[in-house]
Each structure stands twice: as structure tokens, then as C-alpha cells.
Design a protein around this ligand. Structure first.
Ligand code: 13P
Ligand code: SF4
Length: 301
């Protein structure tokens, strides 16, 4: 009898499918993926792949971004309930009202948002390139940053630009507290504290390194240190430990778990390849408008 991984391997070949996985996915999903990365790298892969089918192991907005960039491909999210709560904290109606309240302002949408929000935005960004994206905009312009207040506040501080925030946030990253950092600093004084910019400003102020998931991976790979404290979703510990067998990684808090990211299992990947479900479908005008904002971001790198 074939194992589940053998069945996945047979089907991915037959259907010319590529499996993309975010750094927060379960270890067994990361291990079978063709490519594992952060939101920015995954968008790039989705745009350049020659596969007919993209099995997107991540959350809904990530699969939607892949569809925005590759409309001719079949993009599949293995669990239709894998949504990002932050992305659901801003509707198109709310964004239009926000824009009307700030005429002339430019809208920067963190990719953790729906296609409708991307379509209304001037440009998108990820946590890996948010500072560069803001710096690419004319200096005299007000910027509406949506939906993440924490990443928005971080880029405002880094760039000194006039950035007005929407009040969305990531429930997972907002679970990190000052006392978590203080405890870890006491217990592991030599370990740099690496934190994702979705954490709150008081916690970020205590970090030794702030970056996207892939930037945290590169930092830990290149550092001479032997121990690290990781302040982002705990799925990333799998890659960190795999890539750095001689180093030790401690989660900043074991509460740093994203339930949506954990919905994808090997069984669901297999079923998604068998049935080509759940397919991402987009209204073509929304897709075209969203594509403009995403492509501008991808070009900035
Ligand atoms: P990255 O863009 O760093 O991969 O993060 C995506 C995300 O959802 C963070 O919570
Ligand atoms: Fe959304 Fe936070 Fe989960 Fe990332 S970790 S997908 S921002 S809820």
C-alpha cells in the first residue's frame, strides 16, 4: 500500500502541480513542499512557476495573491477555512470610508488583506519590504497603512513618514508580552531576541532583530551566536532547527501559534490534489486592480 507522501508525489507529477508552503506551516508540510518561504518569496514563486496547479499551503490571502499573479493557473487552498484573522479586520466599505476621510492620501496595503482591499490600494507590501515600499512613495504624501497597526507603526518609526494606521492586528503576534522577553533575556542572556514586526511596539522595542520570517531565518543562519529566541509563529522553528543543527532556538512564547496556519495537514494536501479543491476564484476586474498593487510591490523587492 502506498504511503500518503507517495500518493502526493504521484499526483503532483500527474497534475503538474507545485506545492508552496509558508514558513509557519506544520513541519511535515514544509518537508514535502517544493518551496517554503515568506509571503514575498511565495508571491514571486507563484508568479514565475510553470506548473498548471499551485497547491498553496498557507492562509487564504496568500493563495489569493498567487491567483492574482497567475490567473491562468489553478490555485488551491487545501482547507477553505484557513483564513487570516487580520485580513478580516478591514472590509472594502471601511477602506473606502477611510480613503474619503483622507483625500489625496496613498494607500499601502500589507498583503495580509483580501483581493478587494488590494484592488483599492495604491501599492502592497509585505513585512520584508514595507520600509522600502513606504520610501518609494512621494515624501509629501500622507500614507494610509492597512490593515496591520503594528507593522504600520514600525514602518512609520523607521521612515519618519506621515503614516495613518488602520486598527487591525495579528492575534498570534499580539500574544507576545514584555514579560516574555524579560524572562527569556534572564534565562538566555546570550541569545538574540528576534521578533516579527506584527508584534506590539513595546515588545519590538526590546528586540535585538526585527524582520519578516525569511529575514529571521537569514539572520539566524548567518549569526555566530549559538542560541536564539524567536518571536514569531512557532512553525518557523521547524526550518530554523533543520537548517541550523548546531544552534538552539527557543520560542518567545508557546502561545505564538496561528490556528489557521495549522489547518493544513498531509491528508488535506492529498485530497486537494485528488479533487482540486478548494479553488481560488476572483472577479476579473478586482483581480486586475489588485494585480497592479501587487506587481508594484514585487518590482520593489
Ligand atoms: P511573512 O511575510 O514574514 O512571511 O509573514 C506573514 C504572516 O502572516 C505573518 O504573520
Ligand atoms: Fe494572519 Fe497572524 Fe496567522 Fe499571520 S500569524 S496568518 S497575520 S493570524
Amino acid at each position: 500500500m502506498k504511503t500518503i507522501i507517495e500518493k502526493i508525489n504521484k499526483l503532483r507529477k500527474e497534475k503538474n502541480a507545485v506545492i508552496l508552503a509558508h514558513n509557519y506551516q506544520r513541519g511535515e508540510i514544509q518537508d514535502i513542499a517544493d518551496f517554503v518561504g515568506d509571503s514575498l518569496a511565495l508571491s514571486r514563486k507563484a508568479a514565475e512557476t510553470k506548473a498548471d496547479v499551485i497547491i498553496f499551503c498557507g492562509v487564504h490571502f496568500m493563495a489569493e495573491t498567487a491567483k492574482i499573479l497567475s490567473p491562468e493557473k489553478t490555485v488551491i487552498l487545501p482547507d477553505e477555512n484557513a483564513g487570516c484573522p487580520m485580513a478580516n479586520m478591514l472590509t472594502r466599505k471601511e477602506l473606502i470610508k477611510f480613503k474619503n476621510e483622507h483625500p489625496g492620501a496613498l494607500v499601502v496595503a500589507y498583503v495580509n488583506c483580501s483581493a478587494e482591499i488590494k484592488a483599492e490600494a495604491d501599492i502592497c507590501c509585505t513585512s520584508a519590504n514595507a520600509v522600502k515600499v513606504i520610501e518609494s512613495l512621494p515624501e509629501d504624501k500622507e500614507i494610509l497603512f492597512v490593515p496591520d497597526q503594528s507593522l504600520g507603526a514600525y514602518v512609520r518609526e523607521q521612515t519618519g513618514r506621515k503614516v495613518i494606521l488602520w486598527n487591525g492586528y495579528c492575534p498570534t503576534h499580539h500574544r507576545f508580552l514584555i514579560k516574555d522577553v524579560e524572562n527569556k533575556k534572564k534565562n538566555y542572556p546570550d541569545a538574540p531576541i528576534c521578533i516579527h514586526p506584527e508584534a506590539t511596539a513595546d515588545v519590538l522595542a526590546l528586540a535585538d532583530f526585527i524582520g519578516s520570517t525569511s529575514q529571521i531565518l537569514s539572520y539566524c543562519r548567518e549569526s555566530d551566536k549559538k542560541e536564539f529566541v524567536i518571536g514569531t509563529e512557532i512553525g518557523i522553528l521547524h526550518t530554523l532547527r533543520k537548517e541550523n543543527p548546531g544552534k538552539i532556538f527557543y520560542p518567545l512564547s508557546v502561545l505564538g501559534d496561528c490556528p489557521s496556519m495549522k489547518l493544513t495537514t498531509l491528508e488535506k494536501v492529498l485530497w486537494s490534489l485528488e479533487d482540486l479543491e478548494y479553488e481560488i476564484k476572483l472577479d476579473e476586474q478586482i483581480r486586475l486592480d489588485a494585480e497592479e498593487s501587487v506587481r508594484k510591490m514585487v518590482a520593489i523587492g
